[in-house]
Design a protein around this ligand. Structure first.
Ligand SMILES: [Zn+2]
Length: 255
């Protein structure tokens, strides 16, 4: 299986090293904090070691009230949840810092891999739509208002794809160094689908040989991805219409 070569942090494989870690060894599996506006006598902050955990950048769907943090020493992952309650006499804030189990960390990586995949699909769909409009303009030669609106629609799809390409590139770049497990989960799922297709696709007709050629080039790109190369790898081909379904099975929870 291809793994990230450029990982800055050792991927986290479970809790067996927690006791040896200077940071995690001082944190319980669950830590909580409490603070109340204008009532410092009730303050109960998180242990200082919680502040040494690094916030993971490049995650999808993480807001102000949820962060994922990583221990810079042993790689353990933590969920940090923040709650605010508003009362007549001021707000009460609390936090919960929860260490992920090995299974929880694998679920987290798969969930984030799915977010990357959703973004990748949006780009594929937008580029396909722009390509179809381009073909229509080239071949149909629509005149007047029809031509102008087809051209405008094509430009709009291209621009929307470009915006998402940049988001994907930034996210992949960040995750390669701070959480390579996510990139590996994503790339491994694609690689498994490509390998199973190469093992089962027939190669009699010219179309079937083209399909095999396409899958082989995708596989090379996915094997390269954890360490480098383009963040966007198309999975759109008229010869491989069932590809998305196969991939969904690979990324499904519990797979
Ligand atoms: Zn640690």
């Amino acid at each position: 299986m291809p793994r990230a070569q450029a990982a800055v942090i050792i991927p986290y494989h479970g809790g067996e090293r927690i006791g040896d870690c200077a940071i995690c060894g001082r944190l319980k599996d669950v830590e909580t904090s409490f603070s109340k506006y204008l009532a410092p006598q009730f303050d109960r902050p998180l242990p200082a070691e919680a502040g040494q955990l690094v916030v993971l950048p490049g995650l999808a769907a993480a807001g102000d009230d949820r962060q994922v943090r990583r221990c810079p020493s042993c790689g353990a992952l933590y969920d940090l949840l923040r709650y605010s309650e508003y009362h007549m006499n001021g707000a009460e804030d609390s936090e919960e810092l929860r260490r992920m189990s090995a299974a929880g960390a694998a679920d987290f990586a798969r969930g984030q891999a799915w977010q990357l995949e959703s973004l990748r699909r949006e780009i594929d769909d937008l580029q396909d739509a722009a390509g179809a409009l381009g073909d229509y303009i080239d071949r149909g030669r629509p005149a007047g208002e029809e031509g102008r609106s087809a051209y405008a629609a094509m430009q709009e799809k291209r621009e929307a794809a470009a915006v998402r390409l940049q988001v994907l590139a930034d996210r992949v770049e960040a995750l390669r160094s701070v959480c390579p497990e996510i990139i590996a989960a994503w790339a491994d799922a694609h690689s498994r689908v490509c390998r199973s297709l190469l093992a089962t696709l027939p190669q009699r007709s010219e179309d079937e040989q083209t399909a095999r050629f396409v899958v082989r080039s995708w596989l090379e790109s996915w094997e390269r991805l954890p360490a480098g190369g383009d963040a966007f790898i198309s999975a759109s081909s008229p010869w491989l219409s069932g590809y998305r379904d196969l991939l969904e099975r690979e990324l499904a929870p519990g797979s």
